[in-house]
Each structure stands twice: as structure tokens, then as C-alpha cells.
Design a protein around this ligand. Structure first.
Ligand code: MIC
Ligand code: SF4
Length: 642
């Protein structure tokens, strides 16, 4: 049997392990990216490793998440990043230059390469034919130091596309359709590879919309082959030399194949509060809308923003709607401002925002109480918009722009096909990399304002732990639930401060009570349901609980990035044997685990006394991760040169 494109790239980068689905492999990482919200911790940890300069082909540090300077904290973080990056050989993309994934695709992504990013939407890079994986900041720090990235060799699920999208239907509708089929649960350890004649009509930015939202499926990453379309994009970006062809073998082996006829796809919408709560737009068309927000790393390319501008041209935003448009990069913003499209959007009443994450991460633009917000981004978790009672609906830019004009949800295919804007890519994208500062060896000192704490400190795993179940939560708990974003994000470089907000929206007393227990030498356990730790790659969702004395999380199942982060910070992820054991646990139950070190060293499972019962839990860690746990985390493990 031949190889998939996924396995071709993995094979070229394999440095450890056997390339067979399920087994643990180590791969060489060519490129890394960080953003400011995860970056400060990643770089503090990199500094702690004592390596003088990054060893990757290129490492880029983007500032795009915390760009609203409410207080000194974000500005201090950015100055730290800029001065630290200069010294250690990292490119620094300044605030205003755009969203990491969009800029990386435009300026650095390279077919056949590997990219590790401290952001769960790093798989956006799969649109240009690279294996791009999201991970915790500490994993990225290790990769910057030349260490391999470890993962389970994936199963490859092939989505075979035929046909062509109809007018008014676009890439967002494709990925929402895929989410409808595969859902956000149960896809851990899988890569989705898109092939078939249908992909030939999808441009790189459209492919990137699809791979971006693969993050919501919970897969390791998603990948398009590198073909003539990829070549075309790179030529227009003035980066033809970065192109290489990368196709799956004709007889490539896939774990599962799904056929998708692009011509049958309809405009889709993800209803509150989960990206897989998908319906056809036509099912709920006519619903009144309060806010429309267009942008984010999912839908903010030149193609998307030009589509929106041409829909808005000559019209006026409905008086009851607030329309927000945030082009994804300075390249896009400058191009639409030079060609007049920006003026069309402003004339229609759009509010133009900075090229940054902004509304997507709840940094501004919170909707009205109980409001309906149509957004083109990728996550609609409850409260993420900044308004707990609001409902966020995820749609395509076409659906969003038309609805902003009408004041209610419009099914774009109800309009004549001839009115659908046909956006051609520019002959040449406007290239100006002057806001990406190349490292100069760092003439000055590294700036450390009062918001910059130290790298987290962890201790080797104890042999027996006892304590209390501090919280019991249900299914699909996201890292946003564990560590709130929005206004709290600015504390991310300061663990003791940020730790005050662990589970803030679920149980505001969790942090205080856990810390009090820790001071009395008592551990805290977290109990969760299915898919614990969905969403963001935020390693703070492990670091801050660790700081509060959490030593185990017991759940029915875990998401990949989060369980990896738990291990990296010395917290043992344990899996219940079944629903009955989960149901029997009560918050405040006492728990006790003896012989934990020995079990982590050698056993699949470990006995846990919890409440009045004794249950058997599976230790969710590979052999290598077990060694990391015994050392008390990846930083200790790496420093020891293990
Ligand atoms: C997100 O979309 O949730 C974020 C904010 O980009 C996160 C990263 C973070 O927590 O900083 C992500 O996707 O990993
Ligand atoms: Fe930024 Fe939103 Fe993309 Fe996360 S999902 S990187 S917050 S634009």
C-alpha cells in the first residue's frame, strides 16, 4: 500500500519510534509559532532550559491576542517578547501585523514542513500542505531547542472531495458539514487528509479555513496535498521557491474514507454553544440578529474580506445590527484599503477593527444581553464572547454580510446565483514584512515588567497522594471553562495571579479552597466527563491547577493537547473505567492513591480510593510521558537531559 501525504511528511521527519498508527513517535520540527497569550510562558520556559538560540529553521512570535492595552500588563508582555526574541533568534511579528495563523500562511508556511504552534488553530497551516500541530507552550519551547515533538502516530481519515461548491456556498460551510458528521468528540489521534478532484477548485485560503476548524473536531491536524493551487498561492505571495509538490500515493492507505460532494453542500450554521451543533441556515433563516462579527483566523483572508466588501457595496448595515470587520492581517487590510474595498465597507456602516483576534477571544465587542451574534470564527462556547447570556452562531462570511444588511439570518442561496461575488486572487499580494522584526542577537537587556513572573516550578511525583475532589464537572469542559480568557488573559504571564481565576465561571470558590488545602498539605483532584479540556491549547489550564495543588484529573476521556499539558506539568491524567464510576463520585469526596510512582512506572491502571469506593483508573500516558510524570513535568525532564 502507498503512503498518504500525512505519512510522507511524518516519515521525512521521524526521529524516534515506529510509524504505525497508535505508537508513539518523535518528529523533527522545522518551524514554530507562538502568540502573545501563550508566548510569554513558552519563552520563560525556553529561557529556563539554558539554550542560547533557537535551533529551528524559523520560529516566529506573534502579537495578536492581547492587543487592547487595558492596563500595563499586555504592553509589558509585548516588550518582554520583543527583547527576548531578539536575543534568542526568534522573529517578532508586531501588534497590528495580523493574526498568527493568517500571517504564517501568507509569509512562512511551506509545503512538506512541520510546524508546531502554541495555539490550537495551528493546523491552519495544513491548507498549504504542511503538518501543522497545536501544542502547549512548553512543547513548543522544547521544539525551539531542537527537541522532537512526540505524538501518537495518527490514524488518517480521508475526506475525498468531488464536485464544486455552488455559488454562495464557501469553505466555512464545508467544515461545518464535516463537523456535523464527525462532531467534536471521539476524533483524538486522527489526521484528516482532504483529497479528490474537488480540492482542485479550492484555493489555499479556502483550504486553510477548513483545516483551521479541524481543531474543533479534536483531531491532531488536517492536511491538504500541495498541488498546482498551492504553487499558485506561493507565486502570488512572491514565495515560489518554498513550493514543492506533495501528493498522496495513488494507492495510499487510509483508516477510513468519507466521500463529500461539494456540490451538495448548503450554507450551514453552528448554533450555541458548540461548533458541532450544526444546522442548515435555511432551517433557521429569518432569525433576528443583533451583532455580526467578521474576521478571526478562520475567515479573514483577502478572499473573505473582499467577498464581504462586495456584498456590502452600496448597501447599509441594518439599524439594529452592529457589524464588526477585522481583516486577518496587515497584508489584507492594506490591500483592501488601497483597492477601495475598505471604503465600501465603511460606507455601508461596518466598524473596522484591528487585524487581531479581538472579538474572537472576547477581547471587546461583547454582544448585548441575550443577544444573537453571527460570527465567522470557529468557537461559540458559552460566555466566550464576553456575554454569558448571548448566543453565538458560526457562519460563512457570505451569510454574515448578507444578514448584517437585512437584520436577520439570510440563507445566501436564496439570492440569485448571478449576484454572488466572484473574487479573483490578486496578481501579486502586497508584500511588506517590515512589521516582522528579524532577531539581531539582542543588543539590549530583556525587559521584565511587574507582570512577568518566573517559569512554573514543579516537584517530582509523590508516591502517595491524598486529598479532596475539589470540583466535579460534566462533558465537553473546555480550557476556557478551566482558565477564562477575555479580560483575564492579561494575567497569563503571572501564574499566582492568573490562578485566582481557575474555574471562575463554574465554581468561583475553587481557587481559594484549593490553595487553602495546598497550604495544609492536602491535594485537590478534578473530576470531569467526556472530552475534558477541549478547545484552546492554553497550558495555563494545567499550570494554574498545578499551582493550586491539583495532582490528578480523573475524567471519562481527555482531549489530546490538554492531557499532554497535564503531563507536562506533573498532573496525572486518569481515566475512569466506566460511566458508573464517574456517576458515583461526589464533589468533596476524599480520595487516596498509594503506590502512585510504582504504578506510573509499570502499570496500565492504578487503584484509587474515592469516597467509600475503591476504583481502578487507567493512567493516560505513554512510556515517555510516564518518565516525564515521575520527574514532575517536562521542564525538569528536559533539564535533566532525559
Ligand atoms: C483560542 O482560540 O481559544 C485561543 C485563545 O487562540 C487559544 C490559545 C490561547 O489560549 O491563548 C487556542 O486556540 O489555543
Ligand atoms: Fe485568535 Fe480566535 Fe484564532 Fe484563537 S481562534 S487564534 S483567538 S482568531
Amino acid at each position: 500500500m502507498g503512503l498518504s501525504a500525512t505519512y510522507k511528511i511524518l516519515k521525512e521527519h521521524l526521529v524516534d519510534g515506529l510509524l504505525e498508527p497508535g505508537g508513539e513517535i518523535g518528529i523533527r520540527i522545522d518551524q514554530t509559532l507562538t502568540q502573545d497569550a501563550t508566548g510569554t510562558m513558552a519563552y520563560l520556559q525556553f529561557e529556563a532550559m539554558g539554550i542560547p538560540r533557537v535551533k529551528t529553521e524559523i520560529s516566529v512570535s506573534y502579537v495578536d491576542h492581547n492587543t487592547l492595552q487595558m492596563g500595563f500588563e499586555n504592553a509589558d508582555d509585548h516588550r518582554y517578547l520583543q527583547t527576548m526574541n531578539a536575543q534568542y533568534g526568534i522573529h517578532y511579528s508586531r501588534a497590528g501585523n495580523g493574526i498568527c495563523h493568517q500571517v504564517h500562511l501568507e509569509r512562512f508556511g511551506r509545503p512538506g514542513a512541520t510546524l508546531l504552534g502554541s495555539d490550537s488553530h495551528t493546523p491552519t497551516g495544513g491548507g498549504i500542505g504542511m503538518i501543522a500541530i497545536g501544542a502547549g507552550g512548553l512543547d513548543v519551547a522544547v521544539a525551539m531547542g531542537g527537541g522532537p515533538f512526540y505524538l501518537a502516530a495518527p490514524r488518517v481519515l480521508n475526506v475525498r472531495m468531488t464536485g464544486r461548491l455552488r455559488p454562495w456556498v464557501s469553505a466555512k460551510d464545508v467544515i461545518l458539514t464535516v463537523l456535523d458528521t464527525l462532531t467534536t468528540k471521539g476524533n483524538v489521534g486522527t489526521v484528516v487528509e482532504y483529497t479528490g478532484p474537488g480540492i482542485e477548485s479550492l484555493s489555499v485560503p479556502e483550504r486553510a479555513t477548513i483545516t483551521n476548524m479541524g481543531a474543533e473536531l479534536g483531531v491532531t491536524t488536517s492536511l491538504f496535498p500541495s498541488d498546482a493551487m498551492t504553487h499558485d498561492f506561493l507565486v502570488r505571495q512572491g514565495r515560489e521557491k518554498s513550493w514543492r509538490e506533495l501528493l498522496p500515493d495513488r494507492d495510499a492507505e487510509y483508516h477510513r474514507v468519507i466521500d463529500l460532494d461539494l456540490g451538495a453542500i448548503e450554507p450551514m450554521v453552528a448554533l450555541p454553544h458548540s461548533p458541532d451543533n450544526v444546522k442548515r441556515v435555511s432551517d433557521i433563516a429569518g432569525m433576528a440578529v443583533d451583532q455580526v462579527a467578521i474576521g478571526s483566523c478562520t475567515n479573514s483572508s483577502y478572499r473573505d474580506i473582499m467577498t464581504v466588501a462586495s456584498i456590502l457595496r452600496g448597501g447599509k448595515v441594518h439599524p439594529t445590527v452592529s457589524l464588526i470587520v477585522a481583516p486577518g492581517s496587515r497584508q489584507v487590510l492594506e490591500m483592501v484599503s488601497r483597492n477601495g474595498a475598505l471604503a465600501d465597507m465603511i460606507a455601508a456602516g461596518a466598524r473596522i477593527m484591528e487585524s487581531a483576534c479581538g472579538f474572537c477571544i472576547g477581547s471587546g465587542q461583547a454582544p448585548v444581553t441575550e443577544g444573537v451574534s453571527l460570527r465567522t470564527n470557529n468557537r461559540n462556547f458559552k460566555g466566550r464572547s464576553g456575554t454569558d447570556s448571548a448566543g453565538v452562531y458560526l457562519v460563512s462570511p457570505e451569510t454574515a454580510a448578507l444578514s448584517a444588511l437585512r437584520g436577520n439570518l439570510v440563507d445566501p442561496t436564496s439570492l440569485p446565483a448571478g449576484e454572488c461575488p466572484a473574487i479573483e486572487p490578486p496578481e501579486r499580494f502586497l508584500v511588506d514584512d517590515s512589521m516582522i522584526i528579524a532577531p539581531d542577537g539582542g543588543a539590549g537587556e530583556i525587559f521584565r515588567g511587574p507582570n512577568i513572573g518566573g517559569p512554573p516550578y514543579t516537584e517530582p511525583l509523590a508516591d502517595s497522594i491524598r486529598g479532596v475532589v475539589g470540583i466535579k464537572v460534566g462533558d465537553k469542559i473546555t480550557t476556557d471553562h478551566i482558565m477564562p480568557a477575555g479580560v483575564r488573559l492579561k494575567y497569563r504571564s503571572n501564574i499566582p495571579r492568573y490562578a485566582q481565576f481557575v474555574f471562575e465561571g463554574v465554581d468561583p470558590s475553587f481557587s481559594k479552597l484549593s490553595l487553602e488545602r495546598k497550604e495544609r498539605g492536602i491535594c485537590t483532584a478534578i473530576v470531569g466527563g467526556q472530552s475534558y479540556g477541549q478547545g484552546s491549547s492554553r497550558e495555563h489550564a494545567a499550570i494554574c491547577p498545578m499551582y493550586l495543588g491539583v495532582r490528578v484529573v480523573i475524567a471519562l476521556s481527555f482531549e489530546r493537547i490538554h492531557s499532554g499539558n497535564l503531563v507536562n506539568f506533573g498532573i496525572v491524567p486518569l481515566v475512569f473505567a466506566g460511566q458508573g464510576d464517574y456517576d458515583a463520585v461526589r464533589p468533596d469526596d476524599e480520595f487516596e492513591i498509594d503506590g502512585l510512582r510504582k504504578a506510573v512506572e509499570a502499570d496500565e491502571t492504578v487503584p484509587v480510593r474515592i469516597g467509600t469506593r475503591s476504583i481502578q483508573c487507567t493512567i493516560l500516558a505513554s512510556q515517555r510521558q510516564r518518565r516525564i510524570l515521575l520527574e514532575g513535568g517536562l521542564l525538569n525532564f528536559t533539564k535533566k537531559g532525559s
